[in-house]
Write a protein that binds this ligand. Structure first.
Ligand code: TYD
Ligand code: MG
Length: 456
């Protein structure tokens, strides 16, 4: 048995140090060092064992490389295919991250049941009975779906050899252990070592492997950087516990774009795709309320109408008033508040400001700037925006309204859902989709077009 020694390992980059410090000396991350134990020859043993598994590579002219091998195979789950750019590529390794209880095991059980050929579900957390009961509820009890309650990596590899599945799910990587590694389960060394080995097995057999990874409360996967490098695709499953809506995104994808959003709803019988997302996001909308605006955003290839809400509250206090942003970048909110103050003479100093995107969507694009500004003006002036209005435009530091992409798609989606008027950048091309288009070249023009009067 190798002698164990205590080290402090960075959960971001995996570097180890004999002493703890607040900052990782290798990658510069703060508060990332965690206690870990390791045997002296850990990494060397796995590296050598791993390399022995992989057939020697051969250099080929790039034109002769067979692209057919990396064609995705549809998973039979539309929203998952959308995010993966068509489906799972044979031999690829995908990491599915998300908070406990969000629905990772549910989604993957549905995926396995939808896949033809023998498939293998390795449950390292729940008992076979628990998984079977869930599968009953999901209608996922298929003849070709094999269940293996196992935590030991060599036994998992042996089962893959025996069953020769086309798809393997490991639930979860944090509970799988390689006895050759002398670290504790869930440690960076174990997680990284096991993931490395699984990647080699996937490539060797051309089998797709999906690995579940729990997200820590700070939002990172255990050993996040380490795992992201190792796998081909990183998916994250998000949502709010009290809301049935679940969002699936690709943070990294070697076989396609990473900007697609998959939408699911958690129901009694598992996860079902959401066909009309805009409709869903606007279901609970109350019109005639000051501070609310509807913005058409583009998620991947798809236009989505979302409601952006703001609330301002006059606080007579010497301390700087609170600003809170949910689903919009807080830096962007601060910038727009400064632009409003300097260019439109609307000051929100001395007011608490809350901005929130309904439904857990994140509005990352600048096209939502103008909507956010108008919502803030609406909130502070206590005048609601017209109920049938959508707003789009980027706002610059000079208070100018700048062009946004995919204007036609955004307007079409708004028209489909019955909106009658839109405020767009003055430079926008002519688009006729049956919506009254109002053009604004500055923030002040937009405020006037929206029927809002400033305080001054
Ligand atoms: P689960 O897939 O176990 O989450 P994870 O693997 O990410 O930890 O899902 C857990 C939650 O989903 C659980 O609280 C119950 C709920 N759920 C449903 O609402 N409907 C269903 O059909 C299933 C299987 C689960
Ligand atoms: Mg689970």
């Amino acid at each position: 048995m190798a002698k164990l020694k205590l080290v402090h390992r960075c959960s971001e980059c995996g570097a180890s140090f004999p002493k703890w410090s607040g900052k990782c000396l290798a990658c510069g991350a703060w508060n990332s060092l965690v206690e870990d134990v390791e045997g002296p020859e850990d990494s060397l043993v796995t590296l050598a064992a791993g390399l022995a598994l992989v057939p020697p590579g051969e250099a080929t002219p790039i034109g002769n490389v067979d692209t057919q091998l990396s064609n995705p195979l549809s998973t039979g789950i539309g929203e998952l295919d959308r995010v993966l750019g068509g489906g799972l590529v044979p031999g690829s390794v995908t990491l599915l991250g998300g908070e406990p209880g969000i629905g990772k095991s549910t989604l993957l059980l549905q995926l396995l049941a939808n896949t033809t050929g023998p498939t293998l579900y390795v449950t390292a957390e729940e008992s076979a009975q628990q998984v079977r009961l869930r599968a009953d509820r999901l209608g996922a009890v298929s003849e070709q779906l094999w269940l293996l309650p196992e935590m030991s990596l060599p036994n998992i590899v042996a089962a893959i050899d025996k069953i020769a599945p086309s798809l393997v799910v490991i639930d979860s990587i944090q509970t799988v252990v390689d006895p050759d590694l002398s670290s504790a389960p869930g440690s960076v060394v174990q997680v990284r070592g096991c993931a490395h080995r699984l990647v080699q097995e996937a490539k060797r057999r051309n089998v797709s492997i999906v690995i579940v990874g729990h997200v820590t409360k700070e939002g990172g996967l255990a050993g996040p950087r380490v795992l992201e490098h190792v796998v081909d695709t990183v998916l994250s499953f998000e949502g709010e516990r009290h809301n049935a809506l679940r969002l699936l995104r690709a943070a990294k994808h070697r076989f396609g774009p990473t900007n697609e959003l998959g939408l699911f709803e958690m129901t009694e019988t598992g996860l079902s795709g959401v066909p009309d997302a805009s409709q869903l996001f606007l279901t609970d909308r109350r019109t005639g309320v000051p501070g609310s605006v509807v913005v058409p955003t583009i998620e991947g290839q798809r236009p989505l109408l979302v409601e952006l809400q703001t609330l301002t509250n006059d606080v007579n206090s010497a301390v700087p008033a609170r600003r809170s942003a949910q689903g919009v970048d807080s830096g962007r909110l601060s910038m727009l508040l400064a632009v409003l103050e300097r260019r439109a003479r609307i000051s929100l100093a001395g007011h608490e400001v809350y901005a929130s995107v309904v439904g857990g969507v994140k509005l990352g694009e600048p096209a939502a700037d103008l909507g956010l500004c108008l919502a803030l003006v609406s909130a502070i002036s206590n005048i609601p925006l017209p109920a049938d209005l959508v707003v789009m435009g980027e706002v610059g530091l000079a208070g100018e309204v700048r062009q946004v992409g995919h204007l036609g798609q955004r307007l079409n989606e708004a028209a489909r859902l019955g909106f009658m008027q839109a405020i767009v950048p003055a430079s926008a091309p002519d688009i006729n989709v049956g919506i009254k288009v109002k053009r604004a070249s500055t923030l002040n023009e937009a405020i006037a077009l929206a029927g809002l009067t400033s305080q001054q």
